[in-house]
Design a protein around this ligand. Structure first.
Ligand code: SAH
Length: 220
């Protein structure tokens, strides 16, 4: 007999704390509260609480829980803050963010995924998330500036528009690198400059758009 969903979710959170080393209790609480199984295709339900990315259709993946946790810990999202997510995908990370922030703006280039994410977030009762279909490499100018911007796809370089759409003290978390492997970068906007640090290897599907990879690149 396999363990039930609440137990498996608790085990995942314990693993994130003990093995991955996630310390931020708000992040762990938010992950403990979001049913990840709702965001994966039914055939992958048994793997919903394993620590790896899963296929969600259209060649895209739901990010690995430990990577979501690391990114959100780096972003240090405050409860009164406004967040921009690039790459809504399944909507899972947007749901976790919605428990941490005041409002989450999330963009997705593939309409079918955006629609699915919207439906799941509405079903779960989230009212502080807005998902739009657009090219996130340009940010979301109409809603800028943001306290936090999280990019959930691999960028060849840091898009200028995202830097410009941060408040002073705002944080940008973004995987930068080639198509096979990237490093997680954290940028903090100070008055005269951006403080930048690098936080270990990750692997994401490509960020495709004007300030990203050209259309037609493949993640496999
Ligand atoms: N955060 C998601 C996982 C994202 S996978 C989750 O929790 O499930 C990366 C997503 O970024 C894919 O859905 C892909 O279509 C999207 N994407 C890639 N380039 C983009 C762009 N320029 N603008 C918006 N979304 C983009």
């Amino acid at each position: 007999m396999s363990a039930g969903v609440p137990m498996r979710r608790r085990l995942l959170v314990e693993y994130l704390r003990a093995t991955v080393g996630v310390r931020d209790e708000r992040v762990l609480d938010a992950i403990a509260a979001v049913p990840r199984e709702v965001f994966v295709p039914p055939s992958l339900f048994p793997q919903a609480y394993e620590d790896y990315p899963l296929e969600i259709g259209d060649g895209q993946t739901i990010s690995q829980p430990s990577v979501v946790a690391r990114m959100l810990e780096l972003a240090a999202v405050g409860e009164r803050e406004r967040v921009l997510e690039i790459g809504a995908g399944s909507g899972y990370q947007a749901a976790v963010l919605a428990r941490l922030a005041r409002f989450v703006f999330s963009v997705e280039r593939l309409p079918r995924l955006a629609e699915g994410a919207r439906t799941r977030l509405a079903q779960l009762g989230f009212r502080n998330v807005s998902i739009q279909v657009m090219d996130g490499t340009l940010g979301w100018r109409a809603q800028a500036p943001f306290d936090v911007i999280i990019v959930a796809a691999a960028a060849p370089a840091i898009p200028q528009a995202l830097k410009e759409q941060l408040v002073e003290g705002g944080r940008l978390v973004i995987p930068v690198g080639d198509l096979r492997r990237q490093e997680l970068h954290l940028l903090v906007r100070r008055s005269e400059y951006f403080e930048q640090s690098v936080h270990g290897p990750v692997t994401f599907v490509p960020l495709v758009g004007k300030a990203g990879y050209p259309n037609g690149v493949s993640s496999s």
